[in-house]
Design a protein around this ligand. Structure first.
Ligand SMILES: Nc1ncnc2c1ncn2[C@@H]1O[C@H](COP(=O)(O)OP(=O)(O)OP(=O)(O)O)[C@@H](O)[C@H]1O
Length: 259
């Protein structure tokens, strides 16, 4: 299958979970080179949307398309090479070493990558997320943030052109969050499509090209951080005071009190 066009599109996407409508009529497209944040209050549908984009959940209505192909028509093996997906929570199944968990991210390539190169890529990617010292530790014995960094290495190790991560930095300390956002920025700048569910609107404003705002399963806004994070809209959706401003040419989003 020719998947040279890696634009990911939702066409009138709807999703029901246990007969409840959780996404309704979502229309959006994600282009290579773009870092997009999906934001919205708890229960707005961010994880559900990311699961549909990654092909983990099938839409109840409409469809998801990669270039001219329906996502559902692309084989599981090819999707595994095209998409790197990190769910919101993922408990380790057994006490494997961190480097073995990261190596799972190379499984879709089978023997196409020699074992020595695989080992080097695993080591390099663990270093990239500051987790090289954890390589031999059983993942069941890591702290929440340490485990998340190892899972992030698994996400990145395969160099998939589409990266979808749900609250990737939620368990990380502030330094590792900033490092991670810089890594995602660099991945997008190198031509990948990066889609993140984020609660931290400051990070979304600072690093992302684009923000999709979900509210109660509907797409409330889609545009640049400056266009989406207006005082009025953030007030209506989140019920808080806020300010979006420019400082030394960089976007900055500041939250205030409850409305
Ligand atoms: N497995 C499930 N079965 C049924 N309903 C679900 C399931 N998972 C989520 N939902 C419902 O779907 C809606 C959207 O949930 P989703 O997890 O996509 O929201 P979210 O925006 O990611 O929330 P959060 O910020 O809390 O992670 C919610 O109303 C939720 O209760």
């Amino acid at each position: 299958m020719n998947t040279t066009d890696l634009t990911l599109c939702c066409d009138n996407l709807s999703l029901q979970r246990h007969r409840r409508a959780v996404l309704e009529n979502i229309e959006c497209a994600f282009s290579p080179g773009e870092l997009t944040a999906v934001i919205g209050p708890n229960g707005a549908g961010k994880s559900s949307l990311l699961s549909c984009l990654a092909g983990v959940l099938s839409p109840s209505g409409g469809h998801v398309q990669l270039g001219e192909h329906l996502l559902s028509a692309i084989s599981a093996a090819e999707r595994a090479r095209l998409f790197a997906y990190l769910p919101q929570q993922e408990a380790p199944a057994w006490a494997m070493a961190a480097r073995d968990l990261v190596a799972l991210g190379l499984l879709p390539w089978g023997r196409a990558i020699p074992a020595t190169e695989k080992a080097q890529r695993v080591a390099d990617t663990l270093a990239q997320v500051d987790a090289h010292t954890l390589a031999q530790r059983p993942v069941t014995q890591l702290s929440g943030g340490e485990l998340r960094r190892v899972q992030l290495a698994r996400l990145l190790v395969g160099s998939a052109p589409l990266i979808i991560a749900d609250e990737p930095g939620a368990a990380l300390d502030i330094r590792h969050q900033l490092q991670l956002m810089q890594t995602f920025r660099a991945q997008a700048d190198s031509g990948k499509s990066v889609i993140l569910a984020l609660h931290d609107l400051g990070l979304a404003a600072r690093y992302c090209d684009r923000i999709l705002l979900l509210q109660a399963g509907r797409l409330r806004a889609d545009g640049s951080p400056a266009d989406v994070l207006t005082r009025e809209r953030v007030g209506e959706v989140y019920g808080i005071h806020s300010e979006f401003r420019w400082r030394d040419g960089r976007p900055e989003f500041v939250t205030g009190d409850l409305l």
